[in-house]
Design a protein around this ligand. Structure first.
Ligand SMILES: [Zn+2]
Length: 440
């Protein structure tokens, strides 16, 4: 093989050469310098796939231009942390909003759009990978939406289509509640809750198919293991886990086993480059000791929440979710926060098991009562993750993939699959698709 390379080739190969730690050229001025973590982070397109801030917009009249006020995400922190795109979570609490799922879903969607409308110079509401890149070029935060929990569609494919039309670009098939057509890891062991026979009903398969056809990313965070594998058999597009960590490191049913990590990496059709697992920052998902400590104080915390509810009821009121969260937070604050290195361990584990092309960030900011690892208090702290990854030997190119490149690749492929499906007649969905690679 010739050692001569055209200049363009050399430029393309530079990150590989840097990461491969080739011997330094003899001329000292030519020594390739490893970019600083700061330079890597500030030049990356950083994408986070899960923040629960929309509830704050609606319930607390929180504005992204406001100070954080106990939350994890606002415009200032996004700017400081070079956050390029956020998928705002459209999450409808299933008990409180029973009978009004669509109503609440629409209010949350509207709230995200109102934020973009209020801050046109700083936020761009977008619905495509190209839109994310365009907003980033203009130094604006790209705002996107994902629905967390299939109960929002109220068993209606037309509703699903209209959510897509409004700009929703992923849907987590379930939240912690099974919804009749897909099962949740949150109640799969609860015998009083009806579950599907095989993880997805026929309607559930139709939902996944329609999401593929529309170009809405299928999110398998929160689902039961059986629903996970059933979904991966039938999804024609690669799937995402918008906010899940690794079960091998912290035994939470919301986390993913090594088999599941590999399955996500192999998801999609035969020519797919595979899906992505976006690591959840929640202390109870990244640290086993933290999780054990949480379990130990759970009965006491549940008692305190019940007392709060009883007190409110006696006064003819209803305890608000934020009041309940305050009580829960008091208990959580008794447990020492895990070190940031544990979060990095999860990214590292997924990169090793699933591959460097299959891991990203799904913070769960504003959805986990501030129970975050040490040093991560808001989006402003995201550069610390890049610094920690580089300290472990991750190259600039690897970091850019983790920070957003991988998600962008999957999002593009989901768009491509949608185009292909819209051009073909709808095939009958069966369990025996030709691309059930993960079963090999
Ligand atoms: Zn969640």
């Amino acid at each position: 093989m010739s050692t001569r390379m055209p200049v363009a080739c050399l430029l393309l190969a530079l990150p590989i050469l840097l990461s491969a730690q080739t011997p330094a050229p003899s001329h000292p001025k030519m020594t390739p310098k490893r970019p600083t973590a700061e330079a890597v982070h500030s030049s990356a397109l950083v994408i986070d796939t899960h923040a629960d801030t929309p509830q704050r917009f609606v319930d607390e009249h929180f504005d992204l231009a406001d100070p954080l006020g106990g939350g994890n995400l606002n415009l200032e922190s996004a700017r400081k942390g070079n956050l390029g795109a956020e998928f705002f979570s459209i999450w409808v609490e299933p008990v409180r909003y029973k009978g009004q799922y669509a109503h609440r879903t629409l209010e949350l969607i509207d709230a995200v759009k109102q934020q973009a409308a209020k801050h046109p110079g700083q936020i761009e509401f977008v619905t495509t990978p190209a839109g994310i890149e365009a907003a980033h070029r203009e130094h604006k935060l790209a705002a996107l939406m994902g629905i967390e929990g299939g109960h929002s569609i109220e068993n209606s494919i037309p509703l699903l289509r209209q959510y897509y039309a409004l700009g929703v670009r992923y849907m987590t098939l379930t939240w912690s509640n099974s919804n009749g057509w897909a099962d949740s890891s949150g109640d799969i062991d609860d015998k009083t809750v009806p579950h599907t026979k095989e993880g997805l009903t026929e309607f559930g398969k139709d939902v996944v198919y329609e999401m593929n056809r529309l170009g809405m990313m299928v999110d398998i965070s929160h689902v039961s293991d059986r629903t996970f594998f059933r979904t991966l058999i039938i999804s024609r597009a690669p799937v995402i886990a918008s906010h899940s960590s690794a079960r091998a490191l912290c035994d939470a049913p919301r986390n993913m086993t090594d088999d599941m990590l590999r399955a996500v990496a192999n998801s999609g059709g035969p020519n797919s480059k595979g899906g992505v697992v976006q690591v959840n920052f929640f202390s109870g998902f990244i640290s086993q000791p933290y999780r054990d400590a949480m379990k130990a104080i759970e009965p006491e915390a549940a008692k305190a929440v019940q007392a709060l509810k009883d007190k409110a009821k006696a006064e003819g009121k209803e305890a608000t979710p934020s009041d309940i969260e305050k009580v829960q937070r008091q208990f959580a604050d008794r447990i020492p926060r895990p070190p940031l290195s544990l979060l990095i361990d999860h990214i590292d584990h997924i990169a090793k098991v699933a591959g460097i092309d299959h891991v990203g960030l799904g913070s769960d900011f504003d959805g986990i009562g501030g129970q975050l690892p040490q040093g991560i208090d808001s989006a402003a702290d995201l550069p610390k993750i890049t610094a920690a990854l580089m300290a472990r030997g991750y190259s600039a190119e690897d970091c850019r993939k983790i920070l957003g490149g991988n998600l962008l690749r999957v999002f593009r492929e989901v768009e491509q699959v949608s185009k292909e499906l819209q051009a073909e007649n709808r095939p009958r969905i069966t369990d025996k698709q030709p691309f059930d690679k993960w079963q090999k």
